[in-house]
Design a protein. Sequence first.
Lengths: 208, 188
Amino acid sequence: MFDMGKRGSRQEESVADEFEKDRFGAPAPGVAAPRDARPGVRVREAAIIGPSIQIEGDLRGDEDLIIEGKVSGAIHLGEHALTIGSNGKVKADVYANSVIVDGSLEGDLYGYERVAIRKGGSVKGNIISPRVALDDGARFKGTVEMDQSAVDSAFGRTGQRPSGGSSSAASGQNAASSGSRPSGVAATPPTAAKAPEVAAASGGSGKS
Amino acid sequence: MLGDFLAPLTANGPWAVLDVGPFSNATMNVFRPLRCRLGVADALEALAAEGQREKPDPTLYRYALREHLPVDPERPWDRVLLWGLLDYLPDAMLAALMERLSPALAAGARLHAMIMSPGRAVPATPLVYALLDLQRADVVGPVESGGTVATARRDMPQRPGALPGLQVEQSRLHVDGRHEVILRPVAH
């Protein structure tokens, strides 16, 4: 249905470099390091939604994903990484372990580990993640929630961090994405899956 | 003075901070370790453009503010950064701004404004301020400017008065011509 070709999801510059070094600093199952990889920067394969592809509905996956096309609905990648490429246009709430935005995103962005918006990237919505990095030249309008308890609440977790490799414990997104999922990326029609609420954990009132 | 404004954020969180002006990565980097909720309205440029109408129209101002300054009274703000707004926005729009913002201020909220001296030239594209640390903020942009405009010709006592429902708590004139002002809601 759409371009399921694979390509390295190496993020090459700026704030994303720090990402990659952290995420891929140690060899992990399923991670491939090409011969031309730079020291300290590993490359792993990711599914690609190409620039001519348009998807409406929920999109779920158990692997990294790069979006260069248009997606609207919701994106659930559990403990995997999402990259919205420079051609990518996404109108969706996004749930992933880490998210890098090179293109444009309208919607709330839940990054369990990290979120980065690169120069030229644009986000209109709320970011809920303990680590947020935005390049100079990135456009952002919304709220950044960096409190870990709010992040845990949004992901339906109670303080435990991903152990790396165990997808069931950390795939999260409350009950919306629990249960076994087919490997790979699947586009499904919109469902009643409820986006996690973060308001309860945000606090911020009543102090003087 | 900025240190006094931000000092409470270093303890007893979580806190919520709203930056009405343009987004700055430097500002976010300062707030990051505080684990607070940071709102970025990025509203100044759009509001300044709207405010350039020859005839003030509060109805249109309110419409623009609804679009560019989303607020939720159930998630109020403890600190609000109004950097540059008093240089570019007409009184009627500042009044509309406070009308919209007031219900979304937490008890004990404080607002921080940076104002250039009356009549000084500022870039036509609104200034971008950023926090350098918890004690200092400075102008970091715009990189390109479409010329300059004079700041609103209000003298210092009048400018904070242009924000209805607020009163000056602290004020400082810097050598570079900037006024730094901490405001608090009168009713609180």
